[in-house]
Write a protein that binds this ligand. Structure first.
Ligand SMILES: Cc1cc2nc3c(=O)[nH]c(=O)nc-3n(C[C@H](O)[C@H](O)[C@H](O)COP(=O)(O)OP(=O)(O)OC[C@H]3O[C@@H](n4cnc5c(N)ncnc54)[C@H](O)[C@@H]3O)c2cc1C
Length: 287
């Protein structure tokens, strides 16, 4: 199938690019075909959800996002910074924090919902979205330039055999092919290697993090409050910290995250260990 633009990845980046392409074509009165491949069962299914976002890009992309019903419903009203110790916490005044820790004008959102909403806007503009389709392979022209992508086969059993629902992958050709797979994308890795895109660049850094949505006692819910933590249980040589976002919901739901750089000393940190760790850390500071 031939398109003007083929985009791999229906996350915030891929969908925003699709919308912008369509807007530019409309401004010039041109017919322009754009498709987006999303390997999740639906747009938003693979998006790590709770987040605090700066609406600056949305203001530029869809200035009327409020009228369009964008799910940015909880403005940040308060910023707290806690330095944790094993047996207590100290609150740091907000004015001592670097500007990047300021969330003035930002919103606490479900990024999955924002992405779903972006998908709806894209479809309303005539962009074709293919949920459940993976970009599996890059296709090249004879001169070595990128021609498009091959989607993954569908209906393959775990042992590799073809089920009744088997559908071979299809070729999608684009005048432009956009890879918007998020971090560590499999096609991006191939292209980075083939076209030496990392030459002369800083090495990539990695972190590990985990998020949970908690339903809490409404009496303790402080809608719009963003809390950042640092310190315990990490030692001074380990970069990391925690986030707690009080989001608008019918019941009181907060989003908690613990993140750590991959530079701790001693043994490894496992995701399975981070979940109970998060519960211990935040339950010690119930207020
Ligand atoms: C723990 C954590 C906390 C964060 N908190 C915040 C926050 O509070 N505020 C904030 O602004 N940002 C936050 N971020 C960053 C934010 O999540 C990313 O910047 C944003 O999601 C990047 O968007 P993206 O579209 O580039 O990639 P992604 O959101 O990763 O989307 C990529 C999409 O492409 C799909 N995909 C990937 N490969 C393929 C393929 N080969 N074929 C088809 N589909 C494919 C995936 O299923 C996914 O839907 C956080 C990130 C993490 C990890």
């Amino acid at each position: 199938m031939e398109y003007d633009v083929v985009i791999v990845g229906g996350g915030p980046a891929g969908l925003s690019a699709a919308i912008r392409f369509k807007q530019m074509a409309d401004e010039q009165g041109k017919e322009f075909t754009v498709c987006v491949l999303e390997k999740g069962s639906e747009v938003g299914a693979h998006i790590l959800s709770g987040a605090v976002i700066d609406p600056i890009a949305l203001n530029e992309l869809l200035p009327n996002w409020k009228e369009l019903g964008a799910p940015l419903l909880t403005p940040v009203t308060d910023n707290e910074h806690w330095v944790l110790k094993e047996n207590g916490k100290t609150g740091m005044p907000h004015f001592l924090m670097p500007p990047l820790m300021s969330n003035k004008g930002n919103y606490i959102v479900s990024l999955g919902n924002v992405t779903r909403w972006l998908g709806e806007q894209a479809e309303n503009m005539g962009i074709e979205i293919f949920p459940g389709f993976t970009g599996a392979e890059i296709l090249y022209h004879e001169d070595g330039s990128v021609k498009g992508v091959l989607t993954g086969d569908m209906g393959v059993a775990e042992d590799g055999s073809e089920k009744d629902t088997y559908m071979p992958g299809m070729e999608l050709h684009g005048k432009y092919t956009f890879i918007a797979e998020g971090v560590r994308g499999s096609l991006a890795k191939v292209l980075i290697e083939k076209f030496n895109l990392r030459d002369g660049k800083e090495p990539q850094t990695y972190g590990i993090g985990i998020k949970e949505l908690w339903e809490i006692d409404p009496a303790k819910h402080k809608q719009g409050t963003v809390i950042h933590t640092q310190g315990w249980p990490l030692d001074k040589a380990t970069v990391g910290g925690g986030f707690i976002y009080h989001r608008l919901m019918k019941c009181s739901v907060i989003k908690t995250t613990r993140q750590s750089g991959l530079c701790w000393r001693g043994g490894g940190v496992y995701l399975t260990a981070l979940v109970p760790l998060m519960k211990v850390v935040f339950s010690r500071f119930p207020n």
